[in-house]
Ligand binder design. Sequence first.
Ligand code: C2E
Ligand code: CA
Ligand code: CA
Length: 726
Amino acid sequence: MPRSHMSTARRRRHIVALIAILFIAVASTFAVIVFRSIDTILNTANQIDDARAVDAARGAVDALRSQLSGTIHDNATWDGAYKQLNSITRRYWILENWALTASDNPLYDTAVVIDVRGKVIVAYKDGNELGVDPAAYFGPDLNTLIGQAYNVRRQKGPVPVQFIQTKGGIAVVGAATIRPRLSATRVEEGNLYVLIFARHLTPKVVNHLARAFRIDGMTLNSTRDQNMLNVPLSDVWGRDVAYLSWPSKRPGSQSFLAVRTQLAIGFAILMLFLAQIVIVGFAIIRKLREDEAASRHKALHDPLTGLANRAGFTEFIQEAVSDPNGSIIQLHLLDLDGFKAVNDTWGHGTGDNLLVAVAQRLRTTLSEPAFIARLGGDEFAIVTVAPQGAREREAVPDIIQRAVSTPFEINGRFIQIGGSVGVSVAQDASAQTGELMRTADIALYQAKDFGRGMTVFYDQALGSVLDEQSLLEEQLRQTLCNEGIDVRYQPLVDARSHSLRGVEVLARWCSPTLGPVGPDSFIPIAEKTGLIDMLGLQVLEKATAAAAMWPAISVCLNVSPLQLKDQYFVNRVAATLDRAGLSPKRLTLEITEGVLITEPDQAHRAIAALKALGVKVALDDFGIGYASIGALRRLGFDRLKIDKSLTAELDKDPKAAGVFQATVALANSLEIPVTAEGIETEAQAVIAKLSGCDLLQGYLFGKPVTGDEITAQYFGSPPIYSSGQP
Ligand code: C2E
Ligand code: CA
Ligand code: CA
């Protein structure tokens, strides 16, 4: 798969992951901030309310004290009271005005009057006689209060009021000297009575206070309750004697409780939202990963067969080769035989189906773990990786051969193909992918060369043969580029007069390293490498140029079947003849029957076109193939050349002579003239003549020679054959 594509997908994935993480981080931070803020708001609200409640409670306590302080002041600073205390009805007056009224007085519940020596005049609580000595009832703090009362008067301050633990509970207590309001009245400072009022903090009083100051759940306690809000009640020395305590209302927390459900829902939604983001993020990442995997799969696989493609194959083999465990890697390159014919005959649809069937067959028959790839067209690769000495290495090629040669049923018809297999084995991990591929390729090349259904294992010798072949190929290419192909001309003589009637043009090549190489060797190389068109034209060019210098003898030229495939071949021949100024009638092209079987239509078209041009066409090497003379007639051949292998038997085997004679007779009966080639003896020449051949060719009349030699031999002097010449 392309690297750039891979890295783009990975980069995209990273970005999405980053965004998701960022998003989650931001959302979480946001959530934390929101919750911290809510918490702070709640606490602040609680604190504010607590402070308000404490202030209110302090206010209540102050109110309690100032109320009692004011009440004492109002009652003690009273002209009437002052006068009455110094009268004999004072006790009665005190009871009437202060003691009995205390029973249902909301301002005080206890009233005590004492004289300057501390003698109790009246001590009443809740409208009844106190019954105990006020000093015992109020404790030692009372004296301090009384002392302050005398003092305060002199300083003209408010009546001092403090909290005291009395025998009847916690009470707010105050004392003041009883004196006239009017300053005109003379005051006997040394003989003043003291009025003491106390108000006990009964539950009723505390409740009343709580209600008045809107403090719920307020109680009176002797100790400070840590879980409650407290306001101390202090005595004359500033010590806390009791506490008014009440629970914090915590309105923040209360309101939080009220919105708790909504908040929880909101939070849940937020969490769901975050979870959704995470899920979606991961889904996106997974999708990207899947996409990446899919596009990677696509890049490494052949869409038609589902097998690995060349890229997938390369990746696999590179990994296999670099495996350090020293396994044996066996690479099989398979090329289908006859696939092209299936494609041409039944169409590409069937061809494709056949490829799919082959892939399927390979998959099912190669049961052992084998990596199968389609490298393109009808070429497959099968790789097996096995530990050293694990199994017979011939087994896999056999399986492959059997798999492809068993007929396939495609679209209701049975199709028989085959395969050529080239095998290369890497024994160690040091093997190079390229080397493995190259050697398997050479083996396949060789297998195909041997024919259908062959398997070839690569070995060193094969390598050197093919190395030599590729060297020759290269040299031949060079020679052709330099127009360095040479030609020789072999005489064709009249069977009766032995006079020169024409020449056959034969290509010659001298390799710079190997010396002269026969056409039987280099023509196949030229055909294999596609150089044959170039070679054919060069030979034609040279031959027509030479022939134009000679009188009206015919020029016979060998043409490879492959040249007939070139759609411009006939045009090129016409153009060359034109350039040389040679009449088409003087040219005969010799073709072998192979082309009639492999490419009948093309051969037919080419022959018709050549004949239309005026060029003659001869069938070469007749007798070694299968063509019937009737078929040749239909195709319009102008001449038949009987192969030299048949000629060679003429003077040795009477039976062969009989076949020869019958063949020539049949051809002649269809008005096809016959040339006998390879005549080496007088006897052969005679029999060929008597059989009906009109032209003879062979070493007896002349070996292939240069154009100059032909000119010198035949046209320097009268062109007449004299026996004894080479
Ligand atoms: P061919 O067409 O059958 O050519 C005749 C071959 O027989 C020539 O071999 C020739 O030298 C050889 N020959 C001729 N007379 C005798 C004889 O009396 N005895 C024996 N033993 N051999 C004889 P050459 O030149 O080696 O050519 C071999 C083949 O190469 C030719 O067979 C032809 O098929 C092919 N060839 C040669 N030149 C060309 C060319 O320019 N183009 C193509 N396509 N093929 C060519
Ligand atoms: Ca020939
Ligand atoms: Ca021949």
